[in-house]
Ligand binder design. Sequence first.
Ligand code: FES
Ligand SMILES: [Fe+2]
Length: 333
Amino acid sequence: MVTAIGVERASGESDWRGLFGGLKQGQLHPEGWYAVALSSEVLPGRITGRPFLNGRVVAYRKGSGEPVVLTAYCPHMGTDLASGQILGDELRCNYHHFRFGPGGECVGVPGDNRIPPGARLFSYPAVERFGLVWAYNGEAPLFPPPEVRDFAADELVCRARRAHVYENVAPWLPIGNTFDFLHLRHVHDLGFDFDFGRIRWGKYEAEYEIDFDSPTSGAIEQRIRVTGTNISTHVTVGATTTVGVTTATPVGTSLELYLVACVAKDAGRSPEAIDSELREQEGFVDALLADDIRVMTGIEFRAGTFVQEDQPMARWLRWVHAFPVADPAAAHR
Ligand code: FES
Ligand SMILES: [Fe+2]
């Protein structure tokens, strides 16, 4: 039987209720864009090794600055390529000097030896956006990298952090907060009158707009987009406009949470003013997150006795359950 997100898929309408909310070693993960590193961790001419999904990757930059994300273990004898060297656009293993191109292909071996046909790495489709390096879990992207509502990525100043690690929590649980109106109303004290039918569920993205009455920020409007099962973006319009990106990346049986605070580029503002706006936004998000960390820690998630206001959560769980899963690097570990 095919496993979907770590769960034996049975036939029948209600099998999404068995969606496993933790992370298992070796499970298949939903296709999609996952943050693998902060942009600031991937320095020109250097190789960064990171755990990612069921394995490990290396990230580096081509001469043009574009990021490359490859499986980490050399197919020759298994060296972790984080110990390698960047030569132009290529990565060289320092054990026996096999060289690999950004597409993962072996482009040279030392001496007169022929390149073995199986000597290749998996090259994840990769982009850089919002201060993060993202890799797509799949052979070829089914959907484009995340965008926020109303702003092009290059119109924003962004500061990204890897902010928290959860043990045994699936990415769609913290991201599912976006559809957890019971939690938003009663835990975060947000007031709203919202017709759930206004959530637009696309194939790989979902969006809605909502007016909140916030105890700390007053009347705000949020324009929300969720991309895949692990990314949510919020444009918050109130006294000021702020933009946030939240994304979760499985590494083994842990979950790394990345948080990005962004403000619109504005030539009139000093770096100090931008810094203080970003700091304020980070503080606000950290206060929200403190509640969420408490409830996610040790969770044994189940789709249990839902109430009326859980309808969008149930829809989210069905959506997550139906999402395509992949492990394109399986043959390269
Ligand atoms: S282990 Fe990489 S070249 Fe031999
Ligand atoms: Fe929350």
